[in-house]
Design a protein. Sequence first.
Length: 499
Amino acid sequence: MRNIEHFIGGQSVAGTSGNYGEVFDPNRGLVQARVSLASAAELDRAVAIAAEAQKGWAQANPQRRARVMFEFKRLLEAHMDELALLLSSEHGKVIADSKGDLQRGLEVIEFACGIPHLLKGEYTQGAGPGIDVYSARQPLGVVAGITPFNFPAMIPMWMFGPAIACGNAFILKPSERDPSVPVRLAELMIEAGLPPGVLNVVHGDKDTVEAILKHPTIKAVSFVGSSDIAQSVYSLGAQHGKRVQAMGGAKNHGIVLPDADLDQTVADLIGAAYGSAGERCMALPVVVPVGEETAEALREKLVIAIKALRIGNSTDAQAHYGPVINAAHRSKIEAYLQTGVDEGAELVLDGRGFSLAGSEQGFFLGPSLFDHVTAGMKTYREEIFGPVLQIVRAATFEEALELPSKHQYGNGVAIFTRNGDAAREFADRVEVGMVGINVPIPVPVAYHSFGGWKRSGFGDLNQYGMDGVRFYTRTKTITQRWPKGGPVSDQSFVIPTMR
């Protein structure tokens, strides 16, 4: 049995707690490795090493830190095929999707390569008589990231890339379901020239998460996961004086107006709903056609396209998507499908019972499609996180706009139309954090920021982009005066002003 150990101080460190988690091969349905789960003492050791390493790293000038990021980018590109295969072997997504996972993380590393410019402060000369004012962005110290199973490369890089470039040391607690790629990324960072101890990977479960949130040396925590846990992480971290950004779940809608190009819309919807077996917080699991004519035409085209999907092993270059992460998650999705039937929705296509020849024990699910779903149904209110698309019919534009605006989640939304005025009004009025106009998965580019509204995001700052730089730094503002001599002011007891 292969053991996946912690990565602390620039080297693999065997766990001492005696606790392990199982890492499956989702394609075969078998345990392929076990991962060490850290004790509180092991986390303490990693944090102590990180705190010591951070002192020197923060003193390195931003250009030197950028050079490490440039070299890491080069190494990541050189090892892309190896990393994608490793990622797919533990997650189950197809190789092309794994490369997309890596690429979107790499783009944030590219953004972090500009850290000398991004850290520049502000300066005012002559703010008062002989007085200048300037500001500087300084690192927080030791920070941490808690990442989910569905993007084991991208989301860690979203976090540790800006954090380390800003001069912090980083403790990464990846998902114990697919932990090998995060460890490999840390190894490549060391190869790129990062001093040992600046990036550490500590595996664990909910006990480790709680220990991170309570640890007095850790100054900030970034989290991505389900909304209930995100809210708990935000609350507990704030109680212990930490800066926290916690991204939660989603129920992204795709609004289809009568004038939309239905062929293009269907192609976009299929990829957004079923890609990565629907295990994306920016998946598009709800489509809202406006008008019965639009709904009927869309449904007809969707059924044809869904039936043409190919489900296969991660290494099948012709497969559109692979297995879900494990048996428990597959059972959860299947339970939602039964709930939808019990609630009265029409299950047009049922993905339960799908078996892949030669991989009968794998965690596969066929694509499912519901129609006549309503806003009161549990399957609409909650995130299913699987290869399931729901049709919620709307009579008017206003009714369609109201659905995502009133939903508990506010991560992403898309509208499909040829009408620029309608699209502009929708983007302005919808109460959702990220909007796509004829773009089904509106994840912002690396130099903008990712973040949802309502129960999709807790905290004031979003992931990566300039919000990432702001999150991992604190601003120090200096007001300075260099006296020239002469009369001594008699205003020492009056609050200073800039007259």
